[in-house]
Design a binder for this molecule. Structure first.
Ligand code: GRF
Length: 199
């Protein structure tokens, strides 16, 4: 199981970090397809520049289920085995998740279950937490839920802005996502309830 499908909606720095790690031999996998639901996503252009197969399947105006059928067709065509959400700004349908049971990962810029949803770094600052970080988790039908694979912690500093905190977290995201993908590809885990037990 080594063929990755990347779903993104924007900048694509997590996708780039994964691609860099593959290129450097730090992750034994292949990016089979990059799909964006937004045609203007910078991540798409970056993928194309790197010579990776990249397509846009615009989601605008489409309901979740019919859209997800299009997505599934795109992933199936490229024989994707593990789906990595990398800044993909839509919820996935139950039908999609049935097609990839425990085969969809997401990264979120907070220590879940704290601060799910949009602007997690802003939420963390507003709440006044002293530590935040990022979480890689298996995706279920709920927003930023699902069993947690890995987390990384960063301090929140007195003079932090959303930008400075986001940058500190992003650095950890880029490291953590690859590590989590490696664990899944190597099958070095089992799931008990919500707990992901690694070895
Ligand atoms: C990251 O902060 C990720 O945790 C969140 O969306 C952002 C995507 O950034 N899900 P990028 O497009 O990977 O640069």
């Amino acid at each position: 199981m080594k063929r990755l499908g990347i779903l993104l909606s924007g900048r694509g720095s997590n996708f780039q970090a994964i691609a860099d790690n593959i290129a450097a031999g730090r992750l034994d996998a292949e990016i089979a397809i990059v799909i964006s639901n937004r045609p203007e996503a910078p991540g798409l252009e970056i993928a194309r520049e790197r010579g990776l197969p990249a397509i846009s399947i615009p989601s605008k105006g489409l309901e979740r289920e019919p859209y997800d059928r299009l997505l599934l067709a795109g992933l199936d065509e490229r024989r994707v085995e593990l789906v990595c959400l990398a800044g993909y700004m839509r919820l996935l349908s139950a039908a999609f998740l049935r097609a990839y049971p425990l085969r969809v990962l997401n990264i979120h810029p907070s220590l879940l279950p704290a601060f799910p949803g949009l602007d997690a770094q802003h939420q963390a600052l507003e709440h006044g937490v002293k530590y935040s970080g990022c979480t890689v988790h298996f995706v279920d039908e709920h927003l930023d839920a699902g069993p947690i694979l890995l987390q990384a912690v960063v301090p929140v500093l007195e003079d932090d802005t959303v930008e400075s905190l986001s940058a500190r977290i992003l650095k950890e995201e880029h490291r953590t996502y690859t590590e989590a993908i490696r664990i899944v590809l190597e099958g070095r885990y089992r799931i008990e309830g919500r707990r992901v037990i690694r070895w």
